[in-house]
Design a protein around this ligand. Structure first.
Ligand code: NAD
Length: 247
């Protein structure tokens, strides 16, 4: 519908990996895209990257663990492009350790960055979505939320929490035509998996029926679908994209 205003999408952690691929995909769908990085120089890089792809939008600096940072970015987006009606909660970290050795700060950092951030950023975007009577929230979970993974009790708890959060919020906002979903990637070729030891990577591949890691674009395609008008009747769902690792 050409009479509709162009939708503004906010993608957290868009400097590389899955977030960058998502920003590109949403841009290809004609969204105005704001991608965030954790530094000013990272934000400038995203800015240039989006331009080079012919995507309207901007790179902005955001720390999802700081409420003031979130408020500042939403104010800036509102003034420049209008309130975002598409949110992709992608920013995330790992701090792996067996529970016996896990330090409290490893637990807390993952909870804060991967789960509390979803509470903070989603809440901050809801007013604009409610006003627009349209919204799409997609959070990037993980196959580890359902399968578990030794050394990732903090990460699995945060991702499973994110999926439960999405189902509860989906029920709260459905009457406003806002959908809330998750995409749960398996193991995707990014900096996060590049850091794994070679032996662990081999063992991983043996568990994947499609016999390869996934590509960031393959996650972006799922996010692109869930944020589209075509997916308007899907809410509270987790879409698994894992090469058959968990079925
Ligand atoms: P990545 O490490 O390449 O990118 C993570 C992004 O998050 C970066 O842009 C980083 O700057 C950002 N980020 C980190 N801390 C932040 C903070 N405090 N505030 C704002 N941004 C912050 O990782 P990726 O592999 O592209 O992962 C993206 C998402 O996908 C994560 O949520 C991750 O848990 C999830 N995921 C990844 C895989 C995989 O195999 N790579 C699998 C399942 C889920």
């Amino acid at each position: 519908d050409t009479t509709q205003p162009r939708r503004v999408a906010l993608v957290t952690g868009a400097s590389r990996g899955i977030g960058r691929a998502v920003a590109h995909e949403l841009g290809r769908q004609g969204r105005i895209v704001v991608g965030t990085a954790t530094s000013e120089s990272g934000a400038e890089k995203i800015d240039a990257d989006l331009k080079s792809q012919g995507i309207e939008g901007a790179g902005m600096c955001l720390n999802v663990t700081e409420q003031a940072s979130i408020d500042g970015v939403l104010k800036a987006i509102g003034e420049r492009f209008g309130a975002p009606t598409i949110l992709v909660n992608n920013a995330g970290i790992t701090r792996d350790n067996l529970l016996m050795r896990m330090k409290e700060d490893q637990w807390d950092d993952v909870m804060d960055t991967n789960l509390k951030s979803v509470y903070r950023v989603s809440k901050a975007c809801l007013r604009g979505m409610t006003k627009a009577r349209f919204g799409r929230i997609v959070s990037i979970s993980s196959v580890v939320a359902t399968m578990g993974n030794a050394g990732q009790s903090n990460y699995a708890a945060a991702k499973a929490g994110m999926e439960g959060f999405s189902r509860a919020l989906a029920r709260e906002v459905a009457s406003r035509a806002i959908t809330v979903n998750a995409v749960a990637p398996g193991f995707i070729a990014t900096d996060m998996t590049e850091a794994l030891p070679e032996a662990q990577k081999e063992a991983l591949l043996a568990q994947i029926p499609l016999t390869r890691l996934g590509e960031p674009d393959e996650i972006a395609a799922a996010v692109g679908f869930l944020t589209s008008d075509a997916a308007g009747y899907i809410t509270g769902e987790t879409l698994h994209v894992n090469g058959g690792m968990n079925m």
